[in-house]
Design a protein around this ligand. Structure first.
Ligand code: ZN
Length: 199
């Protein structure tokens, strides 16, 4: 039987690496040879050995932010190919291999081929953008800049820079007496340019 290494959380900060049988994908599942797995803040109390968890955990648990290359597909899976690089939402990804439903995978773009790619926290960040209905020009506050907060800050600062630059260019054009075309939000000549760090 083929085997793999997997981390086993034993409680109270103890993690052992054990040999385990290689998981077999169910008909609707894909098996991924993992290249890495993010550490979620929700994993920290598990690692700390809090008494409301049952130890030892299943091998590879609670890793759910893995990425890697598909190495086997279930009999009913026809939209994924062996060798594709993916991020997956699974439950036992502190291991060399894990399985996930075919619907719980996303392709990693070629331009990110050599980068770590924990898809689950990025999906959380995208959910926050969608549910908060954030648009360019809004003032927003990120309360609690952990990993996901930092993920939010990157596109937010890009938005802030874009908005700040646009407002500055329009202001300078007005000061030179030039007409400002396609101005969706005309402002008076008394308006000061907006610095990026004030947005
Ligand atoms: Zn997570």
């Amino acid at each position: 039987m083929s085997t793999m290494s997997a981390a086993v959380f034993c409680g109270d900060g103890r993690i052992e690496v054990r040999r385990q049988p290689l998981p077999t994908p169910a008909p609707n599942e894909v098996r991924v040879r993992l290249q890495g797995c993010g550490i979620c803040a929700s994993n920290l109390p598990v690692w700390a050995g809090q008494p409301w968890f049952e130890y030892p955990l299943a091998p590879g648990a609670p890793g759910h932010e893995g990425w890697g290359e598909i190495d086997a597909v279930g009999a009913e899976v026809d939209d994924w190919r062996i060798g594709e690089r993916v991020a997956l939402l699974s439950g036992n990804a502190y291991a060399e291999y894990d399985v996930a439903p075919a619907a719980a995978l996303t392709r990693v773009p070629d331009g990110l081929a050599d980068r770590p790619m924990p898809g689950e926290p990025m999906a959380c960040a995208m959910n926050i953008f969608r549910r908060s209905d954030i648009h360019a020009g809004q003032r927003v506050a990120v309360v609690g800049v952990g990993f996901i907060g930092a993920l939010l800050a990157v596109p937010l600062s890009a938005v802030a820079s874009a908005v700040g630059n646009e407002l500055r260019l329009r202001h300078e054009a007005r000061q030179r007496g030039e007409p400002v075309v396609n101005d969706p939000h005309p402002v008076g000549p008394e308006d000061e340019p907006v610095e990026t760090d004030q947005l």
